[in-house]
Design a binder for this molecule. Sequence first.
Ligand code: HEC
Length: 172
Amino acid sequence: MKLTSKNRFNEIMGLIAPVALIGMLASNSAAAREPFTPAELKAQEKALLASVDHGRDLWHGSKPSMSSNGLACGNCHPDAAASNPQTFPKFQANLGKVIPIRDMINWCIMVPQMGEALDVNGDDMTAMEAYAFYMYRGITIEPGLATRQTGPVKVKSGPGFPKKGSGIGYDK
Ligand code: HEC
């Protein structure tokens, strides 16, 4: 075998890797994490609720780039109504394929709101999802369930979304 630098590298790694692996296994075997303390759990919930809160603001028009016609998600989906996060992923006829909810959120930003899509991997998108899922917690997960929504939800109060809490979920 010709001794190229690549072969040499493989040869060295062949010697080092098993030693490193045994070392890792030995040091990790008894290293299962302690259960979270109540203080840690509280901090985690606080972080989650901060994301849910941010999502609620975005859902109600706090980011101007998400709309160029004055509409916010809350106008058609008050309290995340009819967003049905528990049914995703599913086939979306508009897009002709199975999509996660983030693609539907961006569709609604770009089409009904004529705005700029969110980065699907960004914190704003996570917050949009956190809000929608939080509002639907306790609902059975049924991915693929086609919903019969054909038009925007009619809003009874105010110029769009209700100003007062609806009493549902997060909005109590
Ligand atoms: C002008 C009204 C309107 C606005 C504003 C609007 N949507 Fe929608 N939304 C719809 C309609 C209509 C559908 C149904 C589309 C379809 O199924 O083809 C829908 C569907 C959805 C769905 C999928 C629901 C399901 O059961 O499949 C999600 C999620 C959603 N919208 C989120 C949002 C979010 C997030 C925003 C704000 C960025 C938003 N929508 C803004 C009208 C609107």
